[in-house]
Design a protein around this ligand. Structure first.
Ligand code: ADP
Ligand code: MG
Length: 169
């Protein structure tokens, strides 16, 4: 069984839904991975960014076509191409985070796997639970249901569009 890579997408600037949709298309077109499952779109309250516009978030799982560092590099190239302006904790057209790469645990400069903060982010856990209810954290072994039960801010995550949105592309 090939490893599955899990990617979280977020946009809170410009045409947010369209940005997320275009980024999913780019993940396939740029051969980051072969798309397996894409979550619904969610509108989520910006966390730790007072006054910032809300985000549109989604999670996609792919069969990776590149090793982890190259895969993240290609995600960052998509961010740059799509005009990402803001840095960490700033508003941005698109943010692409590598949540997990199979069961790999990595603590390299520039790449931590699984993503170091995914387990505290309802806007990642809720879409991920939708498409992969059997997901477990590769580092701790904790299951997605347990992680979700422990997280705060789930009320700020509202599903805005069913899975069929992806078929529009
Ligand atoms: P954030 O997503 O936390 O708001 P950035 O998107 O600006 O912030 O990412 C900050 C840095 O995090 C990037 O330079 C990247 O090298 C690093 N990073 C480490 N691990 C990961 C990962 N699993 N996915 C995405 N970025 C990561
Ligand atoms: Mg990021």
């Amino acid at each position: 069984v090939p490893a599955i890579a899990t990617i979280a997408l977020g946009s809170n600037l410009g045409r947010r839904e369209e940005n997320v949709l275009r980024a999913v298309a780019a993940i396939a077109a740029d051969r980051v991975g072969r798309p397996l499952r894409t979550s619904s779109l969610y509108q989520t309250t910006a966390v730790g960014m007072p006054g910032a516009p809300s985000f549109v978030n989604a999670v996609v799982q792919v069969v990776p076509l590149l090793p982890p560092h190259d895969l993240l590099q290609r995600l960052q190239a998509i961010e740059a191409r799509m005009g990402r302006s803001g840095g960490h904790m700033q508003s941005r057209e698109i943010d692409l985070d590598l949540i997990a790469f199979g069961d790999q645990v990595l603590d390299d400069p520039g790449l931590t796997l699984p993503h170091p903060r995914f387990h505290e982010r309802a806007f990642v856990l809720i879409p991920l639970a939708e498409i992969d209810p059997a997901f477990a954290c590769p580092r701790t072994g904790r299951r997605i249901g347990d992680l979700l039960a422990a997280v705060t801010g789930a009320g700020g995550v509202v599903r805005i569009s069913g899975r069929s949105w992806i078929m529009r592309s």
